[in-house]
Design a protein around this ligand. Structure first.
Ligand code: G3H
Length: 249
């Protein structure tokens, strides 16, 4: 039985005021104890969020990390620095990092490894663009992204990841994948993981991301291979985010 995970990725949004509002709303929300919830705000809000969530089951995540050892990397943030804020998970391979900041599969793998070495949970994001979908390349692209990371890790390391399938054409567009489209790709990813190890496939949480909202979450989360959501825009609205958390229960 996989515990659903609902993670709110604020991207480059939010404020101290919103962290206070969301953490307070989550504390009073009577969240289902069988659903794991995580907040992933920008770096500048992590310390405040970590303090507010110290006694809460809600986990704290970071949007990226620099995989190098501490040292002369102006402007960058290491796993060790993130951990001091209470961070437990870290996004790797988000499509915005891949496309806007040039992170290729090797860069994603380096970040996954750094997260694992630091004891953080890497949340590996994968997904195809609209052009790739229209060219009938979903399988090649998505499984290629899975293989680029999973194929390079030791079996025990693989089990520590969470994967988020985020079709790029659905991110921030209001155009959600249908539950059937999402389920089809999730099943394909799980089948690939099963080739590595049936127990890995059985235990791995596969989240869906891309315009998941309060009004479409239940249908998506009902699919047998969808184990939660990576939520962007809707995670900035406390009531909507909490409604999605409830939908996963
Ligand atoms: O990390 C979150 C995803 O990119 C989804 O964003 P969205 O819910 O705004 O489409």
């Amino acid at each position: 039985m996989r515990t659903p995970l609902i993670a709110g990725n604020w991207k480059m949004n939010g404020s101290l005021e919103l962290i206070d509002a969301v953490t307070e709303a989550l504390a009073g929300a009577h969240l289902d104890s069988n659903v794991e919830v995580a907040l992933i705000p920008p770096f500048t809000l992590l310390m405040r969020a970590g303090q507010a969530l110290a006694d809460s089951p809600v986990r704290l995540g970071a949007q990226t990390l620099n995989p190098n050892a501490p040292g002369a990397h102006t402007g960058e943030t290491s796993a060790a620095l993130l951990k001091e804020c209470g961070v437990e998970l870290v996004l790797t391979g988000h499509s915005e990092r891949r496309t806007l900041y040039g992170e290729d599969d090797a860069a994603v793998l380096a970040r996954v490894r750094a997260a694992l070495e630091a004891g953080l949970t890497p949340l590996l994001c994968i997904g195809e663009t609209l052009e790739e979908r229209e060219d009938d390349r979903v399988e090649a692209v998505v499984l290629g992204q899975v293989d680029a990371v999973m194929g390079s890790l030791e079996p025990a390391q693989r089990e520590r990841l969470v994967i988020a399938y985020e079709p790029v054409w659905a991110i921030g567009t209001g155009r959600t994948a249908t539950p059937e489209q999402a389920q089809q790709v999730h099943a394909m990813i799980r089948a690939r993981l099963a080739e590595l190890s049936p127990s890995l496939a059985e235990g791995m949480r596969l989240l869906y991301g891309g315009s998941m909202k309060a009004d479409n979450a239940a249908e998506l989360l009902k699919q047998p291979d969808i184990d939660g959501g990576l939520i962007g825009g809707a995670s900035l609205k406390p009531d909507d985010f909490i409604a999605i958390c409830h939908a996963a229960g």
